[in-house]
Design a protein around this ligand. Structure first.
Ligand code: ADP
Length: 243
């Protein structure tokens, strides 16, 4: 593979198997490639291995067998310390029920996502305000979590995950704890971020959400059983856009 092609591959999993203690095989022989700029769903029923896959892709866990490359780095070759650094730099996480730190403003919650960036506090706070504006919360910068709705808290969580401009955003059931209207706003936000260039993988058991995204990786009993492109979800071309 040439260097240029390699740099466009954000995630590469080959023959990944994960066995937990007690001989539970959560993943068996998963191959997955995610390229820069993709927006994909990882969909499957409860217990199919989605969270395990997210943990491995996000370098929170290592496979029992198989290789994992993130941003061109072979995860197996990195010490835990280097892996933490890779994760902090390249991966943003959004979980189902994100709990911003209570008593801390939305802006400072987001700025915390840049704590290890080496940037001065004033710059971290400025960037946090910019990203909160981007997720539609410009008028909520000083609100504490208890003053925000569930959907707004989830948008704060997304802002926090993307403030460091990670190469990859991993969202685990990001709408799972939300009503359908707030869930739709969160999904629209993820689509917008993707249009602006973010690479995003969304874990879901919701086949409707999965079907609305450009790529759908279906997982069952720890195996990828389908990897499909949903052409219908491609947004209409802007007038005057070139092919
Ligand atoms: P999903 O996210 O699709 O619900 P998981 O990845 O959480 O699936 O789980 C896949 C399988 O691995 C399940 O059978 C689950 O019980 C098992 N599992 C998950 N985490 C652990 C663990 N830490 N120890 C043992 N078994 C686990």
């Amino acid at each position: 593979m040439s260097g240029a092609e390699h740099s466009k591959t954000v995630v590469s999993l080959r023959g990944v198997m994960k066995e937990y203690a007690g001989k539970v095989t959560a993943l068996c022989g998963v191959n997955l490639t995610v390229r820069e700029g993709e927006l994909l769903a990882i969909v499957g029923p409860s217990g199919s291995g989605k969270s395990t896959l997210l943990h491995i892709v996000g370098t929170l866990d290592r496979p029992t067998v198989g290789s994992v490359h993130i941003a061109g780095h072979d995860v197996a070759a990195l010490s835990d310390r280097r892996l933490s650094a890779l994760r902090a730099k390249h991966v943003g996480f959004v979980f189902q029920a994100c709990h911003p730190v209570p008593g801390v403003s939305a802006r400072d919650n987001v700025a915390e996502g840049l704590l290890y960036s080496g940037l001065p506090r004033s710059v971290r706070r400025r960037k946090a305000a910019e990203v909160l504006e981007r997720v539609g919360l410009a008028d909520r910068l000083d609100h504490r979590p208890h003053q925000l709705s569930g959907g707004q808290k989830q948008r704060v969580a997304i802002a926090r995950a993307v403030v460091g401009e990670p190469l990859l955003l991993l969202a685990d059931e990001p709408t799972g704890a939300l009503d359908s209207a707030s869930g739709a706003v969160v999904m629209d936000l993820l689509r917008d971020l993707n249009r602006e260039g973010a690479t995003i993988a969304v874990i879901t058991h919701d086949t409707e959400i999965a079907g609305s995204l450009p790529r759908e990786v279906r997982i069952r009993d720890g195996e990828v059983v389908a990897d499909v492109r949903n052409l219908t979800s491609v947004p209409p071309m802007e007038p005057g856009a070139e092919l």
